[in-house]
Design a protein around this ligand. Structure first.
Ligand SMILES: *Cc1c(COP(=O)(O)O)cnc(C)c1O
Length: 230
């Protein structure tokens, strides 16, 4: 079921860029995941809570599960006990809820802030100003880290940013959107303290991962290239 040749090729590209490949297995059966697992792969991404919970129960415990979809606050509790990384944090409310649920299960959960970089209005994420308001207060030209409220969230760690480029054949547009995200990532990577230290830049999917890697991505999320069309 898995395209092994494509898998090998992508692994080589990822290694060259010192990046991580998240295999996006949404809508695909547990057997397909097991196939890739048996080749040594451990990072898998899902975007529906119920589907993730069901698969997690069936598959080996050492899989690192990435939640890459739009997460509703009232569903965080279902994935909090085991999720490895939540990519799509797009509001302060969701951040607070993740902190609360992580505390309940005695964990510290790593999260990425999703940034809206595409032209499509339908995509989720913080815009530049919202990101700024969340992560820093401006004193002249200096970045002064973190709103007080954020500092209190001791059961989450903000470890990076995530974004999706426009769904477009226009390579220049896609590249410029990735550049924008990378610049924000570098800007806020200066803030290394407490529960905030950016080290992960999650950008790039089947259609645009090569551009993303060229533009500095260190985590790509690939579904259809590996598992076939959904
Ligand atoms: C589905 C999905 C992917 C993978 O998409 P492909 O085009 O199949 O590689 C990556 N990121 C997110 C957020 C997704 O929802």
């Amino acid at each position: 079921m898995i395209n092994k040749e494509v898998y090998t090729t992508i692994c080589e590209e990822v290694k060259k860029h010192e990046a991580t490949l998240v295999a996006v297995s949404k809508t695909k059966p547990p057997e397909a995941i097991k196939e890739l697992y048996d080749l040594g792969h451990r990072d898998f991404g899902e975007n529906y809570v119920q589907e993730l919970v069901d698969k997690q129960a069936l598959l080996p415990d050492d899989i690192r599960w990435h939640f890459i979809g739009h997460l509703q606050s009232n569903k965080v509790k279902y994935i909090a006990p085991f999720v490895h990384l939540i990519h799509g944090i797009d509001s302060y409310k969701l951040l607070k809820e993740t902190d609360k649920q992580a505390k309940k299960v005695n964990r510290v959960i790593d999260v990425l802030l999703q940034v809206h970089i595409a032209q499509e209005e339908t995509k989720f994420g913080f815009d530049e100003q919202e990101l700024h308001d969340l992560l820093s207060t401006n004193y002249g030209h200096e970045l002064v880290p973190q709103q007080a409220g954020l500092r209190e969230l001791k059961s989450i760690r903000i470890v990076g940013l995530m974004g999706m480029a426009s769904f477009s054949d226009d390579e220049d547009l896609v590249r410029s959107e990735f550049k924008k995200l990378k610049n924000l990532y570098h800007k806020y990577a200066q803030l290394q303290l407490g529960n905030c230290g950016l080290q992960t830049l999650s950008m790039g999917m089947s259609a645009d991962y090569q551009i993303a890697l060229q533009e500095g991505s260190n985590m790509i999320r690939i579904g259809s290239l590996l598992f076939g069309k959904r």
